[in-house]
Design a protein around this ligand. Structure first.
Ligand SMILES: Nc1nc2c(ncn2[C@@H]2O[C@H](COP(=O)(O)OP(=O)(O)OP(=O)(O)O)[C@@H](O)[C@H]2O)c(=O)[nH]1
Ligand SMILES: [Mg+2]
Length: 123
């Protein structure tokens, strides 16, 4: 199949990024997408995550951390909407449970019937 046809079939290219906390994952994605903007983050229901943190900082600081690092969340740079990034916190934070979250996510996505919902690359 022609690459452009594959691209059309996939819709948006979905990439799982694995790396240690503070390793520079977001920075490298900005470079790849040739932007300095922060990504928009959507939960699996398609709703934007993190907007309310501007309203109540104290309550939402913890949930923001959790929210931003939920592997199911989709990170999208407005300048490059053709790419969806899933951010893993890496395996160092919680040891086995962190590893299992990533493993389960990869396994589940590999069973997705629709090509657009599958992972197309793991970086
Ligand atoms: N010196 C140096 N600093 C970098 C480099 N890449 C990123 N940083 C800095 O490292 C810090 C963390 O970068 P992020 O891109 O936020 O790292 P991250 O992996 O997305 O972090 P989390 O999402 O919190 O896990 C920021 O202050 C960046 O400016 C690099 O190549 N060299
Ligand atoms: Mg990051």
């Amino acid at each position: 199949m022609d690459p452009s046809q594959i691209r059309e079939k996939i819709g948006r290219f979905r990439i799982l990024v694995i790396g240690r906390a503070n390793a520079g994952k977001t920075t490298i994605l900005q470079r790849v997408c040739n932007t300095r903007e922060n990504p928009e983050i959507y939960n699996s229901a398609g709703n934007k995550v993190g907007i309310t943190m501007l309203i109540d900082d104290t309550v939402l600081k913890a949930s923001r951390e959790r929210g931003l690092h939920n592997i199911e969340n989709e990170m999208v740079f407005q300048s490059n909407p053709g790419f969806i990034f899933h951010d893993s916190r890496g395996f160092e934070a919680g040891g086995e449970s962190e590893f299992n979250i990533v493993k389960t996510f990869i396994a589940d996505r590999s069973k997705e019937a629709r090509l657009t919902n599958q992972l197309h690359a793991i970086w």
